[in-house]
Design a protein around this ligand. Structure first.
Ligand SMILES: Nc1nc2c(ncn2[C@@H]2O[C@H](COP(=O)(O)OP(=O)(O)O)[C@@H](O)[C@H]2O)c(=O)[nH]1
Ligand SMILES: [Mg+2]
Ligand SMILES: [Zn+2]
Length: 256
């Protein structure tokens, strides 16, 4: 999906595709080309917010050269004021890391306007995130005419009645949004361990201050990243997932 083609109109409303134009970028999961933006949709509750999955998707988007926006949704399902504050803190972690990050409830409409404006922009945008996180429902709120496929589990089949089975490119506002079935496991892309830091914007901007140019921000002396973590300027959870992903990339190398 998302390929741009050279199209020649023919008589009687027909036409011919004469060439598929070169792709600007390409996402593997879901398979979409020429992507303007990946919009990662994570529920705060039902299913619970999954920062590790979120960070894996963000690393993938970075490796594909596509910018990402973070959406934390289902805010109305926060259990109490404290839980609401935790949801806002989670959003703020990603904003602090350098992403555009929205906290919304598609159900009540809270926080939705700026995100809706984003999703209605020209170009191809891809929704990513686990199944049931609220992607299709969000789109139906942004483009009410769409009559989507979000929802209740069918009593007959036990599957979501309108569950998105295949990725689909839908006309939203001035552009297109790929609604996807969602996935719960995401492998890290093929990359050298030294490249991982660049996929964490808040680490990347501090890496220039490290003593060693090839610092992996783990045990090296004079590491500006670890100092920033210690000062509370970089979120510790994000840093720990970076270290975890680094180990995963290295283990992969060892077994190859
Ligand atoms: N309470 C609440 N439920 C939501 C919200 N967004 C989606 N849902 C529900 O979550 C379920 C899964 O939503 P859906 O859009 O199908 O998830 P998808 O698999 O990511 O497309 C549906 O029952 C929706 O009604 C929200 O903001 N608040
Ligand atoms: Mg869906
Ligand atoms: Zn460092």
């Amino acid at each position: 999906m998302g390929d741009r083609v050279a199209f020649r109109p023919l008589p009687r409303g027909e036409g011919a595709i004469e060439a598929v134009l070169p792709r600007r970028n390409e996402l593997a999961r879901p398979p979409v080309a020429n992507v303007e933006r990946v919009v990662v949709v994570m529920a705060w509750r039902e299913p619970d917010f999954q920062p590790e999955l979120l960070d894996r998707i963000l690393v993938q988007a970075h490796a594909a050269g596509i910018r990402a926006v973070v959406v934390v949704t289902k805010l109305d399902l926060a259990r109490d004021a404290l839980d609401r504050a935790a949801a806002e803190a989670a959003r703020a972690v990603y904003e602090g890391a350098g992403y555009e990050a929205h906290l919304v409830s598609a159900m009540t409409g809270e926080g939705l306007a700026p995100l809706a404006a984003r999703l209605r922009e020209p170009g191809v945008q891809v929704l990513a995130g686990p199944s049931g996180s609220g992607k299709s429902f969000l789109l139906s709120r942004v483009e009410p005419g769409l009559s989507l496929r979000s929802g209740e589990v069918s009593r007959r089949t036990g599957r979501g009645r309108h569950t998105t089975v295949h990725a689909r490119l839908l006309p939203i506002g001035a552009g297109w949004v790929a609604d996807t079935p969602g996935f719960s496991r995401v492998a890290l892309p093929a990359m050298a361990s030294g490249e991982l830091g660049a996929a964490f914007p808040e680490l990347a901007v501090r890496a220039a201050g490290c003593r060693f140019r090839d610092c992996l921000h783990r045990k090296e002396p004079g590491c500006a990243v670890r100092e920033a973590v210690a000062r509370g300027e970089v979120d510790r959870g994000r840093y720990e997932r970076y270290v975890q992903f680094l180990a995963e990339l290295e283990a992969r190398r060892r077994w190859r």
